[in-house]
Ligand binder design. Structure first.
Ligand SMILES: Cc1ncc(COP(=O)(O)O)c(C=O)c1O
Length: 391
């Protein structure tokens, strides 16, 4: 039995989503831009239905949804596209140390070109909610020149859920827009762009049982209309913001996955949270000196239901991962993009873990397909591996 507990990296395509995509991979192969014939018009209709499904899942209107290749592209378009607006040369962008590289790297790129970028710290592991941003610190950092604040709504390593509405109020008070990286939050916690105060929001289908390589950017077009400059030029698709032939099967899959996730969100979150708690309880019982990284599991509002991150002192994380990965258990040490490199997680470092502690940490992600038997077996495999590796 192979056990997959790496659901922050990606999730299994739901068979119902696959069924929805199938016709668009076979006989329905029109280009959604070819409106002179039935093939193209059918594809366009399917894309517009998916746009509606995505909009409904996040409390937006369909015309505010721009399809992309995933959250990396969405975040890049949000940040670089906002910075490229006329008059932004002297402006300031603010974000936090625990963001995903899809946000940190475009910010670093802008900083290298002379933009004013400020990266703020977060609450440490010993504080009430590890990984939480401080709204007062943001207030001090914000000024009239600030035009963009970018916040990771739910952290992909330690699961911290941020007070987005409070951050939005501070950003809006100085006329800045708020970009939320919601790649790990959509389909897991309720999302309403109005309640969250989001002006831009990035999401990715493969994080909630949709296909890989497709996502969306919400760009607000009501009240505070948000303007971006495109980063990709060509045929003018997606309101000119993202040129290129649309990925119709992927977009149909994204729409189906978004609808499915929001239709069963609460019940699914409860089940997933129980499995996550079961996993942590057993790890804590069976593995001496296993410590939780990130917020407490019993505070649902501050930690993603399916997220667990554990430091197992005295074991080298990469060796443990390799041992587990050769066997039946798929987990990771952190972000998928960086887990091939032995660098310790920047997120764990930001909450105050030493390099050794960060290297000895494992991230577990539970999904709708995880069973209690798998959780129990995973703990046995983990405990055995740790017993073998500990001196
Ligand atoms: C928080 C976060 N943001 C952005 C991304 C990038 O998403 P994508 O794989 O769709 O480019 C990921 C995926 O690892 C993520 O976890």
């Amino acid at each position: 039995m192979l056990i997959y507990l790496d659901n922050h990296a990606t999730t299994r395509l739901d068979p119902r989503v696959f069924e929805a995509m199938l016709p668009w991979l076979k006989d329905q192969y029109g280009n959604a831009g070819s409106l002179t014939h039935a093939f193209g018009r059918a594809a366009r209709e399917a894309v517009e239905q998916a746009r509606e499904q995505v909009a409904q899942a996040i409390g937006a209107t369909a015309r505010e949804v721009i399809f992309t290749s995933g959250a990396t592209e969405s975040a890049n378009l949000a940040i670089l596209g906002a910075a490229a607006r006329p008059g932004r040369e002297i402006g300031k962008l603010i974000s936090w140390q625990t963001e995903h590289h899809a946000v940190l790297d475009p910010l670093e790129h802008l900083a290298s070109r002379g933009s004013h970028v400020e990266i703020l710290g977060v609450a440490g592991q010993k504080s009430a909610v590890p990984g939480l941003v401080c709204v007062d610190t943001l207030q001090q950092a914000c000024s009239e020149e600030t035009f963009l604040v970018s916040l990771l709504l739910a952290n992909n390593e330690i699961g911290t859920i941020q007070p987005a509405a409070e951050v939005a109020a501070v950003a809006h008070a100085v006329g800045a827009v708020l970009h939320l990286d919601a790649a790990q939050a959509v389909g897991k916690v309720p999302i309403d762009v109005d309640q969250l105060g989001a002006d831009l929001l990035s999401l990715s289908a493969h994080k909630f049982h949709g296909p890989q390589g497709v996502g969306a950017l919400f760009v607000r077009r009501r009240e505070r209309v948000t303007r971006l400059s495109p980063r990709v030029f060509g045929g003018g698709q997606e309101r000119g913001l993202r040129s290129g032939t649309l990925n119709v099967p992927g977009i149909v899959g994204l729409g189906a996955a978004a609808e499915l996730a929001s239709s069963q969100l609460e019940q699914e979150a409860t089940e997933i949270r129980h499995l996550r708690d079961r996993l942590w309880r057993q790890i804590a019982e069976r593995i001496p000196e296993a410590r939780l990284n990130g917020p407490a599991c019993d505070s649902p509002g501050t930690r993603l239901p399916g997220n667990l991150n554990v430091c197992i002192a005295g074991v080298e994380g990469q060796t443990l991962l390799a041992t587990l990965g050769e066997g039946e258990l798929a987990v990771s040490s952190g972000s998928a993009c960086s887990s091939a490199t032995p660098r310790p997680s920047h997120v764990l470092q930001a909450i105050g873990l030493s390099d050794d502690e960060a290297r000895a940490s494992l991230r577990f992600g539970i999904s709708r397909f995880t069973t209690a038997d798998e959780v129990d077996r995973a703990v046995v495999l983990l405990a055995d591996a740790v017993a073998r590796l500990r001196p």
